[in-house]
Design a protein around this ligand. Structure first.
Ligand code: UDP
Ligand code: MG
Length: 324
């Protein structure tokens, strides 16, 4: 976010663009229609994320006729999260709405997002309840949403919906990198912002192609773990790693105890107790778990040191209000 105070009567639309040449002019026209009915001034910020299809030329063309249009062009493709981050940093409005550039999100939903924010939310996330995407995208997305809601306690149907509305205060504290755009509601909630959900109208893609293939599910799955840690244990990694470490050590210790007991039994009666194979198995497991436990604890310590130096580039708290 810019350091300057956000403009109270300005709505910023932040639109990441990667090879969406054909969609940009119709999208701009639709936004123009909606903007006429809004009590806000509007700026339309296109972030060209390294398109190779002349999207930038179209954006320049639109900007030459419409002063509300602004543009940022990346030197290469940095990904949607980076495009959103650049848009957030440049946006000057008190409210920011993000939407995809491919005409799948409907600008006519903008007034409903504003009304929902007015109900007292800081972030409103769209829910494509009836979704016009192929099943091989919709089904894994359901699994992703259920898992993420369960793990984080932020119960949304469509965490990764491209259409979302934010108050400027919430944006200022969101730091998106990698592919963290999928976790905006979780990250905002973790900082104490009020997150709401709004059913929106979704449309099939008319031009171009989806930029995300099956790999999204592997990356998204890995990021679920990262986000769970970042939002739950970032400031106290040892509570997570250390707890597992202690668990492993305890089981390993129990293994050694069993071996010792077995040894004593055999000293008293050489015929009794477990055989060599069983003893060997217990020994291997006990040694393995002890090493693993120590590994977890030490990694936790190093993580704690990193955290102590800097917590996630954020303040370790989020202030809602101050008096004087
Ligand atoms: N996008 C982007 N950078 C990328 C990939 C996608 O800016 O590296 C933009 C893309 O142009 C679109 C939005 O992110 O405006 C969503 O992408 P897409 O429609 O391909 O995703 P899907 O709807 O298939 O989930
Ligand atoms: Mg799309």
């Amino acid at each position: 976010m810019p350091d300057s105070v956000p403009d109270q009567s300005l709505l910023s639309l932040v639109i990441p663009v990667y090879n969406e040449r054909e969609s940009l002019a119709p999208l701009h026209a639709e936004i123009g229609e909606v903007a006429k009915q809004l009590p806000w001034r509007v700026e339309i910020l296109f972030i060209d994320d390294g398109s190779q299809d002349n999207s930038w030329k179209v954006i320049r063309e639109l900007a030459s006729h419409d002063v509300r249009v602004r543009g940022i062009r990346f030197r290469r493709n940095f990904g949607k999260a980076a495009a959103l981050a650049a848009g957030f940093a440049a946006a000057g409005g008190q409210v920011v709405i993000t939407m995809d550039a491919d005409l799948q999100d409907d600008p006519h939903e903008i007034p409903r997002f504003l009304a929902k924010l007015d109900e007292g939310y800081d972030v409103v996330s769209g829910w494509k309840k009836i979704r016009y995407d192929p099943w091989h995208k919709v089904f894994p997305s359901r699994v992703f949403n259920t898992l993420l809601s369960f793990l984080t306690g932020v119960h949304l149907h469509d965490h990764n919906c491209g259409m979302k509305a934010y108050r400027a205060e919430a944006l200022r504290e969101l730091h998106l990198y990698g592919e963290m755009h999928r976790f905006v509601p979780v990250l905002a909630f973790a900082r104490g912002f009020r997150v709401g959900e709004l059913v929106i109208h979704h449309r099939p893609r008319r031009f171009g192609y989806s930029k995300y293939g099956w790999k999204r599910f592997i990356k998204g799955g890995l990021d679920v773990i990262t986000v769970r840690l970042l939002t739950g244990f970032t400031r106290r990694p040892q509570h997570f790693l250390g707890a597992w470490g202690l668990g492993f050590l305890a089981v390993g210790f129990f293994g050694f105890l069993l071996l010792l007991l077995n040894l004593m039994v055999r000293l008293l009666d050489p015929q009794a107790g477990a055989g060599v194979a069983a003893q060997l198995a217990v020994l291997i497991i006990a040694v393995g778990l002890t090493l693993l436990g120590a590994q977890c604890l030490l990694t936790g310590l190093i993580a704690e040191m990193t955290v102590a130096r800097k917590w996630f580039a954020n303040e370790p708290f989020s202030i809602a209000e101050t008096i004087r």
